[in-house]
Design a protein around this ligand. Structure first.
Ligand SMILES: Cc1cc2nc3c(=O)[nH]c(=O)nc-3n(C[C@H](O)[C@H](O)[C@H](O)COP(=O)(O)O)c2cc1C
Length: 469
C-alpha cells in the first residue's frame, strides 16, 4: 500500500489517539511518528526506493576522496527544499569538490544568490542572455566544463522541461547541452509527484539515462502534509554522486570475503558474561576497505558500539561458537580476515538462571573450557579460502608469537599488534602493526585504523592476484 498524502488533523479521532499514544511511547512528535509509518509502508512497496530519511547512509571513509578536485555543476531550481542545498554545497566543498552554481529565477525566491555565491566561492550563474557570461557562449562551457551536473532540488516544472527537451532559461539550456552525467533530486508536494504527468516525465528521464535520488517519503514543509516528495538527505545525495563518479579500480571485484570483528561475550548466566576490550574498529574498517575494493563482504561481528560499515552484510553474533558456526556456513569464499578478539575460554555449563548472592555462602567458582579456534579451523578446512589472514594481539614477544601462530593456524599472513594498555591500540583509533608472512616481517608505521585497513586490503588484493596466477 502507498499513502500519497495525509493530513493528521483530518484523521479519525480514534486513529489520531492511537497515533498520539504511539508517538508518546516512542518519544516522537505525531508528525515524526507518521513520517516513520509512511516510510516503513514505502519500504514494503518494492517498487519504491528505500527512504533515506530513515536510513541515511554513512559515507564509507574511503569513498570521499572520489569528490576531491571534482567540478560539480549544481543547478538549484525553485522548490521549498532549496534551503537544504546550502548544506549540500558545504558538505561537497568539505570533500574537496568545486561547486559551480546555477539558480533558476524561481530558486532566487527561496534562497539568495548571495548565500549560494558565498558558500560556493564562485560566481552564481542565473541568466541565459548574460552579456558578461555569454561572450564565449558560456552556457555551453558550463555544460561541458564539469565532471557531473546535480540538480537539487529539481522542481516538477524543470523535470517537465527536461523530459520535453525545452531550453528556455539557463538551467534547462545547460541540461540540454551537456554530455556529462546528470543526477536529479526531486522535491515537491506528494500530489505533484504522483501526478500522472510528472510520472510520465520521470519515466522518460529514467529512459534517457538521467540518474535519480529520491524523493523520499515523509513530512512535508507544508504543515500537516506527509507522503512521497521530500528531498533526499544531503549524505544520500553525496553517496549517490560518489557512486556515479567512482571510476577507481576495483581489484577485488567478484571476490567474496568474510571478516570477523569485535569481542565475543561468553555467558556466565543470563545477565553476566566474560568479554574483552575489543572495539571492533579495526575489523569493521577492514570490512569496509575490502568492500571499497570491490569484494562482496560478510562481516561477522561480536557486540560492538560502532555503526555497521557501508556496503557490507553484517551478521551479529555474541559467542565464539556462534562466530565459528557462522564463518563455516559462509565457506567457501576467497578471503577470510579473522580480526575478532575471540574469547579463549567460556564458562562450562553457564547457568540458565541468574546466579543469586546468598548470605553466608561462599562466592561461586567457574570452570572454564576452551573455545573453538576459529582461525585454525578455517585455516585447515577442506573449503579453506584462498587467502586466510589472522590477527595476533599480544602484550609480549609479538613477532615470535605471531610467527608461531602463522604456522599453527594455517594462515597466509598474521597482522600482529602490541595491545599493551600504554599503546592505546585496543579501543583507540590508531594502530601500529607488523605483517608477519611466510616470507618475513614488514613493520608498518603508526596509522589510523582506516589507513591500516586500506593498506591491508590492497596487500590482500596483490597476494590474491599472485595466488590466482
Ligand atoms: C511557496 C512555494 C513552494 C514551492 N515548492 C515547490 C516544490 O517544492 N517543488 C516544486 O516542484 N515546485 C514548487 N513550487 C512551484 C515552483 O516554484 C514553480 O513551478 C516554478 O515555476 C518552478 O520554476 P523552476 O523550475 O524554473 O525553478 C513552489 C511554489 C511556491 C510558491
Amino acid at each position: 500500500m502507498h499513502v500519497a498524502s495525509l493530513t493528521i488533523r483530518n484523521l479519525d479521532e480514534d486513529i489520531k489517539q492511537n497515533l498520539r499514544e504511539r508517538a508518546a511511547q516512542n518519544g516522537h512528535s505525531m508528525e515524526e511518528e507518521m513520517r516513520l509509518i509512511l516510510a516503513s509502508l514505502d519500504q514494503q512497496d518494492t517498487s519504491l526506493p528505500k527512504p533515506a530519511s530513515v536510513d541515511v547512509p554513512r559515507l564509507n571513509p574511503f569513498s570521499s576522496e572520489v569528490l576531491d578536485g571534482k567540478q560539480i555543476l549544481l543547478i538549484i531550481s525553485g522548490g521549498i527544499a532549496a534551503y537544504k542545498t546550502l548544506d549540500l554545497i558545504r558538505r561537497l566543498r568539505e570533500r574537496g569538490a568545486k561547486v559551480r552554481p546555477i539558480m533558476t529565477q524561481s530558486a532566487q525566491e527561496f534562497i539568495t544568490p548571495l548565500s549560494v555565491g558565498a558558500l560556493t566561492a564562485d560566481h552564481v550563474y542565473t541568466e541565459l542572455f548574460s552579456r558578461e557570461d555569454e561572450q564565449d557562449v558560456g552556457h555551453i562551457r558550463l555544460a561541458r566544463e564539469c565532471d557531473m551536473i546535480v540538480v537539487a532540488p529539481i522542481t516538477a516544472n524543470l523535470m517537465a522541461k527536461m523530459a520535453h527537451g525545452r531550453a528556455d532559461d539557463l538551467a534547462s539550456t545547460v541540461l540540454l547541452a551537456t554530455d556529462k552525467p546528470v543526477l536529479i533530486a526531486p522535491a515537491m508536494n506528494p500530489h505533484m509527484w504522483h501526478n500522472k504527468a510528472t510520472q510520465r516525465n520521470v519515466k522518460t528521464l529514467r529512459e534517457d539515462g538521467i540518474h535519480f535520488i529520491g524523493p523520499e517519503a515523509g513530512e512535508m514543509a507544508e504543515s500537516g502534509e506527509a507522503g512521497k516528495g521530500r528531498l533526499s538527505e544531503t549524505m544520500s545525495i553525496i553517496a549517490k554522486m560518489i557512486d556515479i563518479l567512482d571510476d577507481r579500480p576495483k581489484p577485488l571485484l567478484g571476490k567474496t570475503a568474510i571478516v570477523t570483528s569485535g569481542p565475543t561475550h561468553e555467558p556466565i548466566d543470563p545477565v553476566r558474561y566474560i568479554a574483552n576490550r575489543s572495539s571492533g574498529k579495526q575489523g569493521h574498517a577492514i570490512a569496509a576497505a575490502l568492500a571499497e575494493l570491490g569484494a562482496s563482504v560478510k562481516l561477522i561481528s561480536g557486540p560492538v558500539n560502532i555503526p555497521d560499515p557501508v556496503g557490507v552484510d553484517v551478521i551479529k553474533i555474541e559467542r565464539a561458537e556462534e562466530m565459528l558456526d557462522t564463518a563455516l556456513q559462509l565457506l567457501p569464499c576467497d578471503i577470510a580476515v579473522m580480526v575478532a578478539a575471540v574469547a579463549d575460554w567460556r564458562v562450562a555449563g553457564a547457568a540458565g538462571e541468574k546466579i543469586k548472592k546468598k548470605k553466608g555462602q561462599s562466592v561461586p567458582t567457574f570452570d572454564l573450557v576452551e573455545n573453538p579456534d576459529i582461525l585454525k579451523t578455517v585455516g585447515h578446512h577442506a573449503k579453506r579460502p584462498a587467502l586466510v589472514v589472522g590477527f595476533a594481539a599480544e602484550t609480549q614477544n609479538l613477532i615470535d608469537n605471531a610467527t608461531a601462530k602463522l604456522k599453527r593456524k594455517g594462515a597466509d599472513m598474521i597482522v600482529a599488534n602490541d595491545v599493551s594498555p600504554e599503546t592505546g591500540i585496543m579501543g583507540g583509533d590508531r594502530n601500529r602493526v607488523r605483517i608477519v608472512g611466510h616470507d618475513g616481517v614488514d613493520a608498518w608505521p603508526d596509522l589510523s585504523k582506516d589507513d591500516v585497513a586500506m593498506r591491508l586490503g590492497k596487500l590482500i588484493s596483490q597476494k590474491l592476484a599472485e595466488i590466482v596466477v
